[in-house]
Design a protein around this ligand. Structure first.
Ligand SMILES: *Cc1c(COP(=O)(O)O)cnc(C)c1O
Length: 389
């Protein structure tokens, strides 16, 4: 019997044991590694040997974390970063040149959007956006200098789904790299490389840690691309710390159990909200009413832990709802054991003009819930009493 199941790989990826024969993988808090002698030192630098030199380049704990994510995603290679944004920035900076162009979904994580609109233009890299409801416009945005097609699925915060096979077909036809931010799905629910993505990026801060403790990020995929990303990162310094890598590797051992329960809680809550008098619209990928339900079913194992819903009564109702929440947290994070509620229109996206907010599906009454691991009845009770307040 070959051992190649997701759960087993998540737990049984072993790094070398020390003389103490520890059972749990040890933590290597060291910034550098020693050489046997002058010849070993010369050869290690000259030959780009597969050994640890300095923890900005690699460390046993970061390698363990990357190896696990690669196995889960079906990727050839990867590199781990201090945050999800460091992964996204370094990936684009390593692969693009001045004059290049990106085509991206408009609904992407706020800081990714800022990177594309405020910072990459400093290096003469431009971006065109498509609405997630208008994928038929993607091809018309492609220019001779377009290099990357970029998207998240599910998207933040409106929980839309993009068809990965459709994106792959466009990317192949126009010779673009397809890069997917797989943060909301986790490697457990969706493996974009199986659908043709060249690279997959995660903010490990979210469900991969899953307990709201550490920041981290990772990019995995084609080995030739990862080599460029590695060389860029080894020189520019966005590396994940060994301590955070150790925490995240431990977290991966329970990812499947946690995410199963997150999804079970989220589906029950989504079904409850769909019947609620004070709620207009509920978006959850595994509700039949979701506009891309069939695509979600095709590419995801379960629906994830994020629900978007529209509260009746607009901005004021949204604020009132937040003020009456008792159990859940009002916080900017997501993918935690603790249920988190946000109202983008009055908080994270309040600086956007109304038409820009509406373009990414953020109506005045939109609430985003990151469903946690508390008892389902308690989560439902809390949201119900806040909706009725
Ligand atoms: C949080 C998040 C990021 C950024 O990750 P950090 O670890 O906070 O830097 C990127 N993409 C998505 C979809 C996210 O939710």
């Amino acid at each position: 019997m070959s051992v190649d199941n997701f759960e087993t790989n998540a737990i049984r990826t072993q790094i070398e044991r020390s003389q103490f024969l520890e059972h749990s993988n040890p933590l290597y808090l060291t910034s550098s590694f020693v050489f046997e002698d002058a010849e070993d030192m010369r050869a290690s630098f000259a030959e780009d040997k597969d050994r640890n030199l300095y923890s900005r380049f690699s460390n046993p704990n970061t390698s363990e974390f990357v190896d696990k994510i690669c196995k889960m995603e079906g990727a050839e290679s990867g590199y781990a970063f201090a945050t999800g944004m460091a992964a996204i920035f370094s990936t684009f900076a390593a692969l693009l040149n001045s004059g290049d162009h990106i085509v991206s979904a408009r609904s992407v994580f706020g800081s990714s959007h800022s990177l594309f609109t405020k910072y990459l233009p400093k290096w003469n890299i431009s971006t065109s956006y498509f609405k997630v409801s208008e994928v038929e416009t993607i091809e018309s945005l492609i220019q001779p200098n377009t290099k990357i097609l970029y998207a998240e699925s599910p998207t933040n915060p409106a929980v839309d789904i993009l068809d990965l096979v459709l994106l792959r077909n466009i990317a192949k036809k126009h010779n673009l790299l397809l890069i997917i931010d797989n943060c909301f799905a986790t490697p457990y629910l969706q493996q974009p490389i199986k659908f043709g993505a060249d690279l997959v990026i995660h903010s490990a801060t979210k469900l991969i840690d899953g307990q709201g403790r550490v920041l981290g990020g990772v990019t995995v995929g084609r080995a030739d691309l990862i080599q460029d990303i590695y060389l860029f990162s080894r020189n520019t310094g966005p590396a994940l710390s060994p301590f955070n890598a150790w925490v995240l590797s431990k977290s991966l051992e329970t990812l499947h159990v946690r995410v199963d329960r997150h999804c079970e809680n989220a589906l029950k809550l989504a079904e409850f909200l769909e019947k609620h008098d004070k709620v207009n619209l509920v978006k959850y990928p595994f509700l039949k009413s979701h506009p891309q339900y069939n695509v979600a079913k095709k590419q995801m194992k379960l629906g994830g832990n994020i629900i978007a819903f529209e509260i009746k009564g607009g901005i004021d109702a949204g604020r009132r709802f937040l003020n009456h929440i008792k159990l859940a947290s009002l916080s900017a994070n997501l993918g935690d054991t603790r249920t988190i509620v946000t109202h983008p229109a009055s908080t994270t996206h309040s600086k956007l003009a109304e038409e820009d907010r509406l373009a990414v599906g953020i109506t005045d009454g939109l609430v985003r819930i990151s469903v946690g691991l508390e008892h389902t009845d308690d989560i439902i009770y809390d949201l119900d009493q806040a909706l009725l307040a």
